[in-house]
Design a binder for this molecule. Structure first.
Ligand code: ADP
Ligand code: ADP
Ligand code: ZN
Length: 213
């Protein structure tokens, strides 16, 4: 099963993708996580990606596509995966489809987690992340057991540089310009399903499970 998560920054794609990955035993593949891991390790890719991420812009397609295709070619992706944050542009979606087609394969389901822009800035200002294990929390809605500390690994939680309100606004504009057209793209392929992302995390997940089966 190959599932794509669509939605604005902060809509809850990552949160839901991790839950899907666990329930259906699929790897969770997040291009944002891959970039952040590279940033932490100080690789060339990480440095390049940071220039764009800090501005709230997209990392160029050439770079992103290569990283993603390398990742899904790994053994653990043989039986499928949940893509979180990829594709983010029509050209990215087209490359993915072409590569899958070569293998006689296709994307099964694109899930759009719908959250209006008004809710996004608040969601993002409360987001806290563990840079070690990738867990995500929200200071009001999904707090860690101990304030500021990751439940899984005990690392201090941080606010992402790109979650500052000015950058979030920019990312929303980029989302509407470059990523939202994917809703149409997957609708035309008859694989788009929408869930109401303003519900609490378990209710959103229950709706997703109904779709995935
Ligand atoms: P969010 O979870 O808020 O949607 P991500 O962690 O998915 O954010 O991505 C963070 C940043 O990484 C994006 O703002 C963008 O700069 C970069 N990025 C991640 N995935 C892609 C992609 N598929 N194409 C281009 N840039 C990407
Ligand atoms: P995305 O990957 O789409 O950028 P995240 O999964 O990182 O979004 O979620 C953004 C923020 O909102 C995080 O702080 C997360 O803990 C919180 N969050 C996720 N889902 C919900 C929900 N259903 N209700 C309230 N807050 C949520
Ligand atoms: Zn952690």
């Amino acid at each position: 099963m190959k599932i794509i998560m669509l939605g604005a920054p902060g809509a809850g794609k990552g949160t839901q993708a991790k839950m899907i990955a666990e329930k259906y035993h699929l790897p969770h593949v997040s291009t944002g996580d891959i970039f952040r891991a590279n940033l932490k390790e100080g690789t060339e890719l990480g440095k390049k990606a940071k220039e764009y991420m800090d501005k709230g812009a997209l990392v160029p397609d050439e770079l992103t596509v290569e990283i993603l295709l390398d990742r899904v070619a790994k053994d653990d992706c043989k039986n499928g995966y949940v893509l979180d944050g990829f594709p983010r542009t029509i050209p990215q979606a087209e490359v993915l489809d072409k590569e899958l087609e070569k293998l006689g394969d296709k994307v099964d389901l694109a899930i759009d987690v719908e959250v209006p822009d008004e809710n996004i800035v608040r969601r993002m200002s409360g987001r806290r992340a563990c840079l070690k294990c990738g867990a995500t929390y929200h200071i009001e809605h999904i707090p860690p057991k101990q304030e500021g500390i990751c439940d899984n690994c005990g690392e201090p939680l941080v606010q992402r540089d790109d979650d500052k309100p000015e950058t979030v606004q920019k990312r929303l504009t980029v989302y509407h310009d470059q990523t939202a057209p994917l809703i149409d793209y997957y609708t035309k392929k008859n694989i788009l399903k929408t869930v109401d992302g303003t519900q609490d995390m378990e209710a959103v997940f229950a709706d997703i499970v109904k779709l995935v089966g």
